[in-house]
Design a protein around this ligand. Sequence first.
Ligand code: AMP
Length: 431
Amino acid sequence: MTFKELGIVEPILKALKAEGYTHPTPIQEQSIPILLRRKDLLGCAQTGTGKTAAFAIPILQHIYLSNQQNRGKRKIKALIVTPTRELAIQIGDSFTTYGKFTGIRNTVIFGGVKQGSQTNALARGVDILVATPGRLLDLINQGYISLKDVEYSVLDEADHMLDMGFIHDIKKIIAKLPPKRQSLFFSATMPPAIIQLSRKILGNPEKVTVKPEQATAERVEQAVYFVAKKEKIKLLTHLLKTKGADSTLVFSRTKHGSDKIVRLLERAGIHAAAIHGNKSQNARQRALGRFKDGKIAVLVATDIAARGIDVEELSLVINYDLPNVPETYVHRIGRTGRAKASGVALSFCDVEERPYLRDIQKLIKQQVPVIADHPFPDEREEDLTQKPKKPKRSSKPKRPQQQSRQGKFGGNRNSGNSQSKGSRTYSRRKR
Ligand code: AMP
């Protein structure tokens, strides 16, 4: 299947070609025909699957075709609501990229910055508005935005919206949309609260599901290091120095923790920056920009700040702390291995995080290979590996890792797949 066969118009095809997109991803192949038929859509998919283009391309196409008939002052015809500023900016960039030969204009609004440049852009007229909920309501209430001409609405990352407490804002926004419109609703997970919300928004939707959890976990090469909490920074420094990873995203559970990691890395001579909710929007964008440009090698982020970060060359993800919600692990490792490419994700696991690792392995239905041979092993690892939840008696001696192969992370593995290729360095991936 090609984009042309999906019936995409020439100016968008040209832009996709320029981006190097040869074939639609599964979510695009399934969703684009539905959306071109103007049906509502309930999409179960997360970032990394190509879902932005899955909704952006048909919306651009509808607007492009209708703009050819009626020219006049631009009105907001499509509204995309998304939980974080980073995601909003990326979605806006995607519309700009795919729509660069269509003459369609978009703008992005989000909180945490002065509103002047945003209201100026709105005053010049836009076809597509990408917004985070709070700033959107704020500017509607101030009279800068009218949603009365919206024909296409997208609620992106709905589960994340609920996690962040946006439910009331979302309901208020929905109430302001014209009833006759095409509605799209995307969520990585579909718990009952999300299904309930989707029913309020969607008419009689078609459903598209891409199994991101397994797909991501299968695509990304993973390994775990058992390490004491206080030794994690040494292990991180060691890995960054020895593996030559020049585009590494490190996840920290807390804002304070990520600042500390950056300080200690800088002290060790590794250029790093942190992004999290306490940083100003400008500081976050600056850090992300420098990371994307390769000026800093390591970005340390909390989950909220990193969700949806789309850095194509990301070669390595390191979970400095393991998340206590297993789905978060899948979201994190999905930052590398975007679209169809493969990536590498390494995790540090201290004694208190062992239950988290078990939950993760249950979710992804895989054992994450253990790198036992590294300079900062957790002394208690042997006890721990011999203390599963339900004790199993084995006549064989433990620690089979002694005979294991040299893995590509430079250490020995005691489980996992067999594609050993010796140690490797990580470098920026080319598209
Ligand atoms: P998303 O899930 O929207 O965050 O997209 C994940 C990544 O896949 C982004 O870097 C896109 O640029 C890329 N992408 C989306 N669609 C395609 C495609 N059809 N071919 C190649 N890359 C794509």
